[in-house]
Design a binder for this molecule. Structure first.
Ligand code: SF4
Length: 120
């Protein structure tokens, strides 16, 4: 995990020092990592709902919208293929600096990016 000194807000410069290695988006599609929160929602990992701040960050990108509550769906596929989930997974692709991702993702799934590694 990258140490950002407890700062939950990442500047663009901070993000350029990180390379995202999302744990929830590796392996084959059938290996999709999902957790079921006690609050009644599916989430990509347990961090999404582990603190109020984390919850608020993931709520801001739609993961806690009422139409995604498990009891409001007949099929879980409808949840994990919803706009919120698709947009989240799209933002993990070709986005090594994690722009637009919640800070928890950079803290948990970001590794230090060594600039100019080729000349070291
Ligand atoms: S912290 Fe973010 S990127 Fe990492 S596993 Fe959880 S949801 Fe995925």
């Amino acid at each position: 995990m990258v140490d950002f000194g407890g700062d939950e807000q990442f500047t663009a410069s901070d993000r350029l020092n990180v390379k995202m290695e999302p744990q929830c988006n590796k392996g084959a599609p059938e290996d999709l990592h999902i957790m079921y929160s006690a609050t009644g929602f599916l989430l990509p990992c347990c961090l999404c709902d582990s603190t109020k701040a984390n919850h608020d960050h993931f709520a801001a990108i739609g993961f806690f919208d009422e139409e995604l509550r498990v009891e409001n769906n007949d099929n879980l596929i409808d949840i994990v293929t919803s706009d919120a989930w698709n947009e989240f997974y799209n933002s993990l692709e070709d986005n090594p600096s994690g722009f637009g991702l919640p800070p928890e993702c950079l803290k948990f799934c970001g590794v230090p990016y060594v600039h100019n590694k080729a000349i070291l």
